[in-house]
Design a protein around this ligand. Sequence first.
Ligand SMILES: Nc1nc2c(ncn2[C@@H]2O[C@H](COP(=O)(O)OP(=O)(O)O)[C@@H](O)[C@H]2O)c(=O)[nH]1
Ligand SMILES: [Mg+2]
Length: 227
Amino acid sequence: MYGVVVPTYNEADNIKVLIREIRERVKDVVVIVVDDNSEDNTAEIAKQMGAVVFVRTNERGLGSALRFGLRKAVEMGMSHIATMDADLSHDPSFLPSMFNVSLNADLVIGSRYIQGGKIENWPLKRKIISKGANLITRILLRSSVHDNTSGYRVYSAKAVEVVSSCQNAGGYEFQICAIYKVLRNNLRIVEVPIVFRDREKGNSKLDNGKMLRWLSYVMKLSLGLTS
Ligand SMILES: Nc1nc2c(ncn2[C@@H]2O[C@H](COP(=O)(O)OP(=O)(O)O)[C@@H](O)[C@H]2O)c(=O)[nH]1
Ligand SMILES: [Mg+2]
């Protein structure tokens, strides 16, 4: 059974279209929305669209929401679980081929930085931050992956088990921790090209504080000071 985990915070302008497009592309898919108590009705809209919705009131953060959703998906019996952003940056038309590749891999990464991959409409500043974050990850953690920060992925149930140990990666750093754990456990990662589009509606939740926390985490992980 295929699942798609979508972490949300104030994505009312995007979630309806996203869920509809996922359903159009993948048959028998369960969409799991992990919403951190959005003020804009995101959770209610997702429920109306038939998603399984968890509203968290006592915890926040992209990484902890992903971990929570992935665990729930495995508990519900899913063997292949995609994660994707709610803001339509991750085009659901790539999902069928990513699920297909996941039949022979523990982690499939929708990659902007391999041949055929692309970023559309992102401001130069975001491109530099993303490229820099990937350079840092490849050097400090000796990651062979080209797009370590992509949130468009498919995990096997085995990979979910391995990344559940990323307890100290509550925010954007979860993406890095997950790749690190999967590589260390000798599981198979495959990157497939995706075209990433900047969001048209709603706001990015990435800010300077989150970037600093990300950097501090990656440095600690490389020195063996955190897990
Ligand atoms: N549940 C939850 N989702 C979050 C949180 N922060 C960001 N997200 C979601 O994670 C996805 C990526 O966030 P986004 O703001 O688009 O980041 P960006 O693409 O790096 O600018 C979106 O679906 C957001 O709604 C959070 O604290 N909790
Ligand atoms: Mg985004």
